[in-house]
Design a protein around this ligand. Structure first.
Ligand SMILES: C[S@@+](CC[C@H](N)C(=O)[O-])C[C@H]1O[C@@H](n2cnc3c(N)ncnc32)[C@H](O)[C@@H]1O
Length: 446
């Protein structure tokens, strides 16, 4: 066995053992079978050791398979699977197949299921078997399909359903024009939102968020996008932003201003965990309307009753946020915009900060995909022989990066890039907090 293969194998063994230990310590030691529809407390709240080990496991498994499999298989599979994963998910989400299988633990025969979905049964079977082969849905016996732990994520009531709809439809249409956009003499070299692939695909004169703000169709889509962000937040273990940053050290009554809050997926969790804090959510009016009228009354009615949460519309390029807050929190905001526009947003915040206010920038941090050891100064770390960015263990970040390119003509950044941008708004870097897949970067008045 080559040294690299044996190192990868031992990473797989040690990470699986560590994850099993965490399941045992969680109080619900049984790991649910993939073919059940059971949930586990760690599903939505994976602890830091589980997340760290899972990244290693995913990176090592993918690297081992890519090392041992014939290269032609890996590359041809990659392109076919990408196309047909998307296509088959589009079919099952549009035909609401997970909902048709709800509360049917013994599954449905494909004749009955195809008929209910409105698709010829033989053809439905091809779609369902492809997905069951990649563990989304279970084929309980030949020709009989049921939900499983993955397919229940496709029930219409879940945020993941909205996420899949958004990706297979709007993102996909935009992605199909990416090559043409990259080679376009005007759009190719531009970093302006209005020149993104999505604007070419839909013929929009302005950028994606302008479309959200300015058109009726866009406002409806913005509401859906709030649900999309909730699913994404769960996928990047957003709970860690709440558990791994010391919010508890803030004095009761301290105010956190969540800028570009969306519905406030994180803010709502902070409000539940720290009811003494005050939250101010600032975003476009459409998102705040849904947040105030639907999301918060369901998720955290106490915060509304006790007036611990306020909703204040903002255009963060032209207006300063609420003055004098203890914390200005920006999650997944700066990665949407060019350096120049990020400086504009931060300068607007800087204007209203008190001397001891903090700015928390919650973002992913890029690392190169080299096979070299991670620099010691880096907040990420991957054991050899994994890629320094953990490869498949962090692929979600790099697909998000290409998604930002496609939808907004923007990109994820390296730590030093955030420090440089913040300096231009007279903010000084203090420290980094590890929060799930993302990091919280703390800045103070320079
Ligand atoms: C990627 S989402 C992040 C949402 C939320 N922070 C989260 O992580 O779930 C970006 C948010 O910025 C908001 N946004 C975009 N342009 C804005 C502007 N000019 N002023 C205020 N909010 C804006 C969008 O409506 C959206 O909710």
């Amino acid at each position: 066995m080559s040294q690299e293969v044996s190192q990868l194998l031992s990473l797989i063994t040690s990470s699986v053992k560590a994850i099993e230990d965490e399941f045992a310590a969680s109080g619900v030691s049984a790991i649910p079978s993939l073919n059940s529809t059971d949930t586990h407390p760690l599903d939505l709240k994976p602890l830091k050791p589980v997340r760290d080990q899972l990244r290693i496991l995913e990176g090592a498994c993918a690297q081992l398979c890519a090392t041992l499999a014939p290269p032609v298989c890996t590359v041809t599979d990659r392109v076919s699977n990408a196309i047909f994963d998307r296509t088959c998910l589009e079919v099952v989400v549009s035909c609401k197949i997970a909902d048709l299988l709800k509360d049917k633990p013994d599954g449905m025969h494909i004749d009955q299921l195809g008929k209910a979905a409105g698709i010829e049964p033989g053809k439905s079977e091809q779609i369902m078997r492809y997905l069951a082969t990649s563990h989304i849905f279970a084929e309980v016996k030949e020709g009989v399909f049921s939900n499983n732990r993955l397919s229940i994520q496709l029930l219409e009531e879940t945020p993941t359903y909205a996420y899949v709809q958004f990706r297979v439809d709007q993102t996909n249409r935009a992605a199909c024009t990416l090559l043409e956009t990259l080679l376009d003499p005007v759009r190719g070299p531009s970093y302006e939102g209005k020149d993104a692939a999505i604007c070419k695909a839909y013929n929009w004169p302005e950028g994606w968020f302008d479309w959200h703000a300015q058109t009726e169709e866009g406002r409806k889509e913005a509401e859906l996008f709030g649900r999309v962000m909730t699913a994404f937040d769960y996928a990047v273990a957003v709970q860690a932003v709440v558990t791994d940053y010391p919010w508890r050290d803030l004095a009761p009554g301290s105010t956190i201003c969540d800028i570009g809050s969306g519905h406030g997926t994180v803010a709502v969790e902070i409000a539940k965990a720290h009811p003494g804090l005050k939250l101010i959510l600032q975003d476009m009016p459409t998102l705040l309307k849904y947040a105030e009228e639907s999301f918060w009354p369901k998720e955290c009615p106490c915060a509304l009753q006790e007036q611990k949460v306020e909703f204040i519309p903002i255009d963060f390029f032209t207006e300063a946020p609420a003055a004098g807050c203890d914390i200005y929190f920006l999650k997944g905001i700066l990665h949407d915009w060019s350096d120049e526009l990020c400086v504009k947003i931060l300068k607007n915040i800087r204007k209203v900060m008190r001397p001891n206010s903090k700015v928390l920038i919650n973002e992913h941090l890029l690392l190169p995909a080299t096979a070299l050891p991670t620099p010691l100064s880096s907040p990420n770390s991957a054991p050899a022989p994994l890629l320094s960015n953990t490869g498949a263990g962090r692929l979600r970040l790099y697909s998000l990066d290409v998604s930002l390119l496609t939808l907004l003509n923007s990109r994820e950044r390296f730590l030093q890039e955030f420090v440089t941008i913040a300096q231009q708004a007279s903010l000084k870097f203090k420290s980094t907090w590890d929060a799930g897949d993302t990091y919280i970067l703390e800045f103070v008045v320079a």
